[in-house]
Design a protein around this ligand. Structure first.
Ligand code: NAD
Length: 487
């Protein structure tokens, strides 16, 4: 999609509709957050383009819905192969456009491959399983349950894991037999455009996959309110998620939401301290903390607290912040100027609320250009402060002590969110007990934030509506039909 001089500013078509690349009227700039240089401009769409894309997808749906799971699996595998073949290029585009180090971009690209391969397997397994007999408490009737694709779906994704959040929606939607209109984030269109180019060459019939780049206000809103869609699957902030839900409600569309988090990492009194510090650092600073799953509230058992805090502060100070394309960089810049300013404002408000900043939270002196920020560790954070309660979406950890397991659980659960949690401790019974008591959709015990396409993704409370990945991610794009016959 991007020419060989991929990083030269050029105008790229931002629409792929009915099998054709097209240009919209609005030019949006894709910025390199490490250099603040414009990498390319994307000729993006509007409500009219969304309408054209939805009509194309609706025309394609009748045939695509009738394909066998094996046929759909073939396309999904072709996409996985295309991504694998362009792995390096996708990594570079992602690092340049989002600021994440190449090592993290590699994890993302591999996750995309694994996701398309996994759903290829589930698509194949659908053949022969589309209808399942249902035993009724009456011999006069026979019944079956049939799973069908839910229709044409709109997919709206954020910038923090471009391609990954796309793959988590697109692969199951295509596997189920749905046609899609995808809207990537205006912040990170470049890796998404490259992925779209791979999809365009994968053998999909025209109209099955459509892409409309553009702003949330123009394209996202038009998609959420479009009456021709059966469902919207959205990943992003809570504020926008609520708007999407409200617009979708006007035509009673299905909605799946993956929203924010303010997750806890609990360090129990018998924890391995080195492991606990590593997990806290990874949970807070991976992707410069721009993770819905960031374990940004760290709860530490009283006997370990002082030592833990000292080691975590040292670790944060040693993080190599730099150009994401350079070897040895552990943390790149924040993904955009807007995000940088948002995080800085949170840090400021936190300090004014009385929280104690132990390190970081400022631009590295040697970085005069780019949205760089040194990882921050706070303690003495008031429980009612925004720093403790709101998603910051930057490299900012708040550390607090607890004196009993009960208190740790209560503190962790005292949040409007409930996406994930981590528990560190040697006593298996205690870690399992704490995991069971946490209101979170995924709990890691003594483990980094590993994610597999086979395991469910999503949270409790205001973090999610529905689940992605695994068979649950496929079911999210299926309708259930009961057929009952007199015998
Ligand atoms: P965002 O809500 O600003 O934007 C997300 C997407 O929605 C973008 O494509 C944007 O253009 C679009 N959008 C904006 N306004 C819209 C509107 N009025 N109608 C429809 N669409 C609109 O979020 P962001 O800043 O891109 O991403 C960060 C957020 O995403 C964080 O809150 C993070 O927690 C969340 N997130 C959640 C998960 C998860 O799995 N739970 C994963 C990744 C990110």
């Amino acid at each position: 999609m991007l020419s060989g001089a991929a990083l030269m500013p050029q105008i790229l078509p931002g629409l792929f509709i009915d099998g054709q690349w097209q240009s919209g009227h609005e030019l949006l700039s894709a910025i390199n957050p490490a250099t603040e240089i414009c990498l390319a401009q994307v000729a993006s769409g509007d409500a009219e383009a969304v309408d054209t894309a939805v009509q194309a997808a609706r025309s394609a749906f009748a045939d695509w819905a009738q394909t066998s799971g094996a046929q759909r699996a073939k396309v999904l595998r072709a996409i996985a192969l295309g991504v694998a073949e362009r792995r390096e290029r996708l990594m570079h585009l992602q690092s340049s456009n989002s600021g994440k180090p190449l090592s993290e971009a590699a994890i993302d690209v591999d996750d995309v491959i694994a996701t398309f391969e996994y759903y290829a397997g589930l698509a194949e397994a659908l053949d022969g399983q589309q209808d399942q007999a249902l035993v009724l408490p009456s011999e006069d009737f026979a019944a079956r349950i049939r799973r069908e694709p839910c229709g044409v779906v709109g997919l709206i994704v954020p910038w923090n894991f471009p391609m990954v959040t796309t793959a988590w929606k697109l692969a199951p939607a295509l596997a189920a037999g749905c046609c899609v209109v995808l809207k990537p984030s205006e912040v990170t269109p470049l890796p998404e455009l490259e992925l779209a180019a791979i999809i365009a060459e994968s053998g999909l019939p025209k109209g099955v996959f459509n892409l409309v780049c553009g702003t949330g206000r123009a394209v996202g809103a038009a998609l959420s309110g479009h009456p021709g869609l059966a469902k919207i699957s959205f990943t992003g902030s809570n504020a926008v998620g609520v708007q999407v839900m409200q617009r979708a409600a006007e035509t009673v569309k299905g909605v799946s939401l993956e929203l924010g988090g303010k997750s806890a990492l609990i360090v129990l009194a018998d924890a391995d301290l080195d492991l606990a510090v590593d997990l806290a650092s990874g949970g807070g600073f991976f992707n410069a903390g721009q993770m819905c799953s960031a374990t940004s509230r760290v709860l530490v058992a009283e006997p370990l607290f002082d030592e833990f805090l000292q080691r975590l502060t040292q670790k944060a100070q040693s993080v190599q912040v730099g150009n994401p394309l350079e070897d040895g960089t552990e943390m790149g810049p924040l993904a955009s100027q807007a995000q940088y300013l948002r995080v800085m404002a949170h840090i400021d408000v936190g300090k004014k609320a009385g929280a104690r900043l132990l390190c970081g939270g400022e631009r590295p002196v040697e970085r005069t250009v780019g949205y760089f920020l040194r990882p921050a560790v706070f303690t003495d954070v008031p429980l009612d402060s925004a720093l403790w309660r709101e998603e910051i979406f930057g490299p900012v950890l708040c550390v607090r002590r607890f004196t009993s397991e009960r208190e740790a659980i209560a503190l962790a659960n005292d949040s409007d969110f409930g996406l994930v949690a981590s528990v560190v401790g040697r006593d298996a019974e205690a870690t399992e007990r704490v995991a069971n008591a946490l209101q979170a959709g995924l709990v890691w015990i003594n483990a980094p934030q590993v994610i597999f396409p086979q395991a469910a993704w999503g949270g409790y409370k205001q973090s999610s509506l529905g689940r992605e990945l695994g068979p649950w991610g496929l079911a999210a794009f299926q309708e259930l039909k009961h057929v009952i016959r007199s015998v």
